[in-house]
Ligand binder design. Structure first.
Ligand SMILES: [Zn+2]
Length: 298
């Protein structure tokens, strides 16, 4: 069983929000043309395209991340169309006045399950009380989780479009996640990309907080920040500190025509095999952990 814990849903609303943020006023079609990406069309047709892609690639289920604040409805449409295939994630800015209401509505009404924080992007520290209020709203509903982007943050599509991205990377320290994770011990926390460069801090935080998980997604090119790091070594380290039940496979797939990133899967598969992670632990990492955290809703 293969489940992908990290895929983005680049909807029309996502592109129009980027266009607005950049003060450009381009249509979705012209932005997509500039990027040489396919126009996503309606959320329903994009959801259908993803299902077709997952079928082709042999992927059972995947996360779909609403990748700008305010795009919950696009992912809600996708998951209501294919409830057995997608788990809804949504980016939220805890500094927004309506953050608590949005998070509650996304979970209780729209059927999404995971709120995603990007402290470096939104300039709200993880220790800020506004964050705790959002997390409390998420934790009030069973079956939810919190995704917290830590470490280096670089959003490819923003770069390509020349959008201002004044990220404060110092706000993405995994150690600053520990008071929050300890305050909500039954809420699973997911730190993507093994902490995106802050591997040691992520391991320290996860060692202190048994509810902190990592996802393995992306090319993990942050391994170049330290001498001698390899993906195999990263998997071995995560296995020794977190064990096999708190590591979730992901790719960070996002747009078409590229589609699902099989190359990311293959390099991770090679790394776990080289790290001598046994078949049953690989089963947890590549699918069963996702299934346990996000069972198909009855
Ligand atoms: Zn991502």
């Amino acid at each position: 069983m293969l489940n992908d814990a990290h895929c983005h849903f680049f909807s029309s609303q996502f592109f129009s929000t980027l266009s607005r943020q950049g003060g450009r006023g381009d249509s979705v079609a012209s932005l997509c043309q500039e990027l040489q990406w396919d126009d996503p069309g309606s959320p329903e047709s994009l959801a259908d395209r993803w299902v077709q892609e997952l079928d082709t690639q042999g992927v059972a289920r995947s996360a779909l991340i609403a990748s700008v604040p305010g795009d919950e409805a696009s992912v809600a449409a996708a998951i209501s169309r294919h409830p057995g295939r997608f788990v809804g994630f949504f980016m939220i800015d805890p500094g927004a006045a309506d953050a608590v209401d949005r998070a509650t509505n996304a979970i209780a009404t729209q059927g999404l399950r995971v709120a995603c924080l990007f402290p470096a992007m939104h300039h709200v520290a993880l220790t800020d009380p506004r964050v705790e209020r959002v997390v409390a709203a998420v934790a009030a509903h069973p079956g939810t989780a919190l995704f917290v982007h830590c470490g280096v943050l670089s959003v490819g599509v923003r770069k390509k479009l020349g959008l201002p991205s004044r990220f404060d990377l110092s706000l993405g320290d995994p150690l600053s996640l520990t008071p929050l994770a300890l305050a909500f011990p039954s809420l699973p926390f997911i730190v993507p990309h093994f902490g995106a460069g802050m591997l040691r801090e992520t391991m320290m935080a996860a060692d202190a907080c048994p509810n902190i998980h990592v996802d393995t997604s992306s090319s993990n090119s942050w391994i170049r920040y330290a001498p001698g790091w390899t993906l195999q070594g990263v998997f071995s380290t995560a296995m020794s500190v977190l064990g096999p039940s708190r590591i979730l496979f992901g790719t960070d797939s996002s747009y078409f025509p590229r589609g699902w990133q099989r190359g990311v899967y293959e390099s991770q598969k090679a790394a776990v095999t080289a790290a001598k992670i046994n078949a049953s632990d690989q089963g947890l990492i590549f699918g069963e952990n996702f299934e346990r955290l996000f069972p198909i809703k009855a």
